[in-house]
Each structure stands twice: as structure tokens, then as C-alpha cells.
Ligand binder design. Structure first.
Ligand SMILES: Nc1ncnc2c1ncn2[C@@H]1O[C@H](COP(=O)(O)OP(=O)(O)OP(=O)(O)O)[C@@H](O)[C@H]1O
Ligand SMILES: [Mg+2]
Length: 274
């Protein structure tokens, strides 16, 4: 007997049910693509986030800074559904309540996260890694004999160019430098056409040149998707920053340009540990 889902769609429908209510429907007409209001998270009574409110516009590149333990990673955990807040609301566009969704559904809706440790497949080529990311895309109906269409091949080539790995597309990912692996992973995330990309400490362990290239890459990606970057390296933040949000003790201390926040006495105070 057919399930309800099977009755709704036959296998020619190249969509999955989980994605249906979200596809193309992130409503940003009246404001931000992502908003968190009054969000609190406590761990054994300790408030990792304390009535935090944050608004991210569609296409913007936002930097998030703050001393160790300020709550930056916890904030990303809340957005991606890994951690449930005690109170507050978290919305994707105007209408999608992220607190009603689990981690896979949130990823599916178009919010993806780049972890510090790259998780590329060393034994596969750069191209194959991107191909795999494409197959992981739930919008493509899984088929046993998957063959790339011309359009998909174009998309992979476009991403290769974006992340600067075209010349290495046939190389095994295992031989890539640390920085190149990070870019490949960013490319794998881009294959899923995310609307929001969260990046936690992207330049840790990179060479100076790789850091510069990463800055260029992140700057070039804004506009097509919103990017939230957490980073401690102030020189790097300055090189990419438009708007900077400073977190302290689980709340937003201040927001502004890099110059504004760096000259803010309260920011100087928390960084000096006063
Ligand atoms: N699962 C957890 N259980 C208990 N405490 C936690 C947990 N996760 C985070 N914390 C605590 O919450 C606070 C905020 O942590 P978080 O990792 O969000 O900070 P951060 O701003 O990312 O810091 P860093 O810059 O060091 O990465 C810290 O005091 C941390 O010890
Ligand atoms: Mg952190």
C-alpha cells in the first residue's frame, strides 16, 4: 500500500517532501534572512547565551567576534539545531521557525555550516568530492546509476573556479594542503546552494597566503548567500569585515564597522579582561 508521501509524488518528481515547504520560500521581503530574538541557552545553570538578539540580512557577510567563551559557537549550534535554546525565537526569513525543525531539516532548508576540521574524502579526487556533495543534495532524486548532466558538470566547474581549485580537480584530496582542503569543503557546501553559511574559525592553521586567499573567497561569496564568520584573528576580520558583531557573556555587546567596534571602550575593556 502506498504511503501518503508516495501518493503525493511519483518518482519523476525530483523533489523530496522535506524540502517542499521551504523551496524558494524563504521570505526576506520584510527584513533579515536570519533572526534570533531573546535567545538564552544554559548549561548547568551557566548562561552560554543570555537574551541574545541577532539579525542577519540576505547576502550579507557578517563577522562575529568576542573573547573565548562569549557564546559564538553556541550561537551557531542554536541556528543549526544542534542545541535547543531555553527561551527565545530563531527564524529563517519571516516564516520558517527553526526551533520547530531538526538538524537535517535545517540543513536541507539552506543553512549550512563549515566546521574547523575539513571533512573531505582523501581517497577521492577534488572533482569527485564535489560530485559527492551534489549527490548528497536531497533535491536530486537518488538513482542507482547516477550520471552527471551537463548542467551539473557546469556547476561543479563553476564551483571549482570559485574556490580556486580548477587546476587540481583531478588530484586526490588527500594531497591537498590544509588550506586547499578547507576551500574544497567550502566548495562542497556551495554545491548545495545554501542561503546561509556559518563558518567557525576558518583560517586556523593556514599559511599567510592561504589566509589572504580565504579572505578573497569569503568576500566574493557574499551577495549570493549570507555568510557568518567567527574568527579571532583581528587582522583577518578587518580584511573581510563589513559589519562586525561583538559577543560578550552570551549577549551582543555592540555592532558596527571594524573601526567602530575596535574603538568602543566596552570592547577594549572585555578584550583586556577588565
Ligand atoms: N555542551 C556544553 N556544556 C557545558 N558548557 C558548555 C557547552 N558548550 C559550551 N559551553 C560553555 O558555554 C560558554 C560559551 O561557549 P562557546 O563555545 O559558545 O564560546 P565561544 O565564543 O565559541 O568561545 P571560543 O572563542 O573559545 O571558541 C563557555 O563558557 C563554554 O564553556
Ligand atoms: Mg567557539
Amino acid at each position: 500500500m502506498n504511503t501518503y508521501a508516495e501518493n503525493l509524488f511519483d518518482e519523476n518528481d525530483k523533489i523530496s517532501l522535506g524540502h517542499l515547504f521551504v523551496e524558494g520560500q524563504v521570505d526576506t521581503r520584510h527584513g533579515p534572512i536570519l533572526y534570533m530574538e531573546d535567545v538564552s541557552v544554559s548549561f548547568d545553570g551557566f548562561k552560554a547565551l543570555n537574551k541574545l538578539s541577532l539579525y542577519i540580512d540576505a547576502g550579507e557577510l557578517r563577522c562575529l567576534i568576542g573573547p573565548n567563551g562569549a557564546g559564538k559557537t553556541t550561537l551557531m549550534d542554536v541556528i543549526t539545531g544542534k542545541t535547543r535554546p531555553d527561551t527565545g525565537s530563531v527564524f529563517f526569513g519571516q516564516t520558517i521557525d527553526l526551533l520547530q525543525m531538526d538538524e537535517p531539516a535545517i540543513a536541507q532548508a539552506g543553512i549550512c555550516r563549515k566546521f574547523q576540521k575539513p571533512s573531505v574524502f582523501d581517497a577521492l579526487t577534488v572533482f569527485e568530492n564535489l560530485e559527492l556533495a551534489l549527490k548528497a543534495d536531497k533535491r536530486t532524486w537518488p538513482t542507482l546509476f547516477f550520471r552527471l548532466t551537463g548542467e551539473q558538470r557546469d556547476r561543479i566547474n563553476h564551483i571549482l573556479e570559485t574556490v580556486g581549485l580548477s587546476a587540481l580537480q583531478q588530484a586526490r584530496a588527500g594531497i591537498l594542503s590544509h588550506g586547499q582542503k578547507q576551500w574544497l569543503e567550502i566548495g562542497m557546501l556551495l554545491m548545495q546552494e545554501p542561503k546561509v553559511m556559518l563558518v567557525d574559525e576558518p583560517i586556523a592553521g593556514m599559511t599567510h597566503q592561504e589566509i589572504e586567499r580565504t579572505a578573497e573567497l569569503l568576500v566574493s561569496l557574499q551577495g549570493q548567500q549570507s555568510i557568518v564568520v567567527v574568527e579571532h584573528d583581528m587582522e583577518f576580520v578587518r580584511s573581510i569585515a563589513r559589519k562586525v558583531t561583538v559577543l560578550h557573556e552570551g549577549s551582543v555587546l555592540t555592532e558596527g564597522t571594524m573601526d567602530e567596534v575596535q574603538n568602543d571602550p566596552r570592547v577594549i575593556q572585555v578584550y583586556l579582561g577588565g
